[in-house]
Design a protein around this ligand. Structure first.
Ligand code: SAM
Length: 245
């Protein structure tokens, strides 16, 4: 079975990626390992350790790392507000959306990425398939909210692993967009793969209905709502990904 990094790299390779964007980078565990000609990192607080701290300096990057990594230490909303115009000609081929894990923010991130995605580009959304209610615990503004609850002992079964309610963004997209094809690979905590194409899994929910959905609803309907596929399904998708080139 592929690791999370292998899923991402296989997709990056399949679409012959020139530009890779990662929203939510943390220590750079994925960002620094992914191989692509140009990589863009966005995070309000990079948590790079050791030498990788220096790597975000332009001069260091140009001298030692081929000058192909670009770092934006800001929220994704600020990044898109100030830098979207730079993608007028050079589009993003693969984006990993792994920033603030709230339904609202993931939806905004997806909408913003769609504006700068190449015609055959791919979005990968991390953490779409929470295995339990505690892992899914929704927050409003920040992961700190869930840490505070855990510290107070309010989250029975808390292990430190958190996905938030990212899954709701997939339910919304599949309800309102007929031009996006979405599958979720049962890899890691659910990796959704989104490409432009016919939506064959229209869910038909209204926004008000989606707002009311809970983890227990997801648990009963996850195969359909996430369009959940075994992780090996990626082998079927990969040959199709560069067809639009
Ligand atoms: C799960 S971690 C990312 C892990 C990383 N993608 C990896 O695979 O190694 C989530 C990251 O999202 C960042 N984040 C939180 N709010 C954000 C926002 N509004 N915009 C972009 N990133 C955000 C956090 O600072 C954190 O580093």
């Amino acid at each position: 079975m592929r690791t999370r990094l292998q899923v991402i790299q296989d997709i990056v390779d399949a679409v012959q990626t020139k530009v890779y964007l990662e929203i939510g980078v943390e220590e750079g565990v994925v960002f620094y390992r992914v191989k692509a000609p140009k990589k863009i990192a966005v995070d309000p607080q990079f948590l790079f350790q050791g030498r990788s701290k220096l790597r975000k300096n332009r001069l260091v990057n140009s001298l030692f790392y081929g000058n192909h990594e670009y770092f934006y230490e800001q929220t994704s909303n600020d990044f898109f507000k100030h830098h979207k115009q730079q993608f007028t000609t050079e589009k993003v081929d693969v984006a990993l959306i792994d920033g603030l894990h709230t339904y609202a923010q993931v939806y905004i991130d997806i909408m913003n990425v769609l504006d700068i995605l190449s015609p055959n580009g791919v979005m990968i959304i991390d953490d779409c398939n929470p295995p339990s209610a505690v892992v899914e615990t929704p927050v409003v503004d920040s992961i700190t909210e869930v840490w505070e609850k855990a510290k107070k002992g309010e989250l029975a079964g808390w292990t430190g692993r958190w996905t938030g309610d990212v899954w709701k963004a997939l339910v919304r997209l599949q309800s309102e967009r007929n031009d996006l094809n979405i599958v979720t690979l049962d890899a890691d905590y659910g990796m959704a793969v989104i490409v432009k194409g016919e939506n064959k899994n229209n869910l038909g929910f209204t926004l008000a209905e989606i707002d009311k959905l809970t983890y227990s609803d997801l648990d009963t309907n996850r195969a359909k709502w996430l369009n959940l596929k075994d992780s090996d399904y990626l082998d079927e998708i990969l040959p199709l990904l560069n067809k639009a080139k």
